[in-house]
Design a protein around this ligand. Structure first.
Ligand code: MG
Ligand code: MG
Length: 247
């Protein structure tokens, strides 16, 4: 069942999302060659707690950290650690906040130093695919209109669209109904209504769409070892169209 949030609840979610937006800005400013992903994680956790929020991922199904730090061929769910970022890396930082009992969920990808033109293009197209998906988050559309728009754009640019991981509803739980795949035909699935809140999150691969999980049980990488990129925002459906809470 897709939960409809009241205006008051969406206001509470705005506060959660605002902390998350700031967290990712702060983390982004620290990203440079030589910094470890554990340091980024520590800064994120301290900032979230300083704002009266809680890191949503820490302990979620046993995940050990505040951020997921996914570098290069890592698609999502990379565990922060002693790895030092190097010039030319592409890192996705996925983070969630709980505040007022509500979750927010967002991902930003960043260039470490100078990245290749191919990596730059992948980042640009992934961000654009997210924007195109967000624009479909409108009352009266169907959920798969979001999916289709993302797939059509991303595959049109020659990228693989990850199939096994999806966007989702978000609210009092991190993952609520509906699932929002990044592929599929338009015009199917639930009708989008005012008060729904979604996390939209395309994951685009430079090569094949296939993925696999590493032995740590968390980190998901591209099966062919080529680059992957991820952007995500939490968005509320309003009378006036999509309101992106995490921007
Ligand atoms: Mg996320
Ligand atoms: Mg998510």
């Amino acid at each position: 069942m897709i939960k409809i949030k009241t205006d008051a609840e969406i206001e509470l979610m705005r506060q959660s999302a605002s902390i998350l937006r700031e967290t990712l800005l702060i983390v982004g400013e620290l990203i440079k060659p030589g910094i470890t992903t554990a340091k980024l994680d520590k800064v994120a956790e301290e900032f979230i707690r300083s704002k009266g929020g809680e890191p949503a991922f820490k302990g979620y199904q046993g995940f050990p950290a505040t951020i997921c730090a996914s570098v290069n061929e890592e698609v999502v769910h990379g565990i922060p650690g002693t790895r030092e970022l190097v010039d030319g890396d592409l890192i996705g930082v996925d983070c969630g906040v709980i505040k007022n009992g509500f979750y927010s969920d967002s991902t930003r990808s960043f260039a470490v130093g100078k990245i290749s033109p191919d990596a730059e293009r992948l980042m640009k197209v992934t961000k654009e695919a997210l924007d195109i998906g967000l624009d479909k988050v409108r009352a009266g559309n169907r959920v798969s209109d979001i999916s289709h728009a993302i797939q059509e754009y991303a595959e049109g640019k020659g990228y693989g669209v990850v199939r096994q991981l999806t966007g989702h509803g978000v609210g009092k739980e991190l993952h609520e109904d509906p699932q929002i795949p990044n592929f599929g035909p338009p015009g199917t699935g639930p009708v989008i209504k005012v008060g729904m809140v979604f996390a939209i999150e395309p994951m685009l691969n430079e090569g094949v769409e296939d993925i696999r999980t590493l032995a740590d049980g968390w980190t998901i990488i591209t099966r062919d070892g080529k680059l992957s990129c991820h952007f995500e925002d939490t968005v509320a459906v309003t009378e006036n169209g999509p309101e992106i809470l995490t921007r």
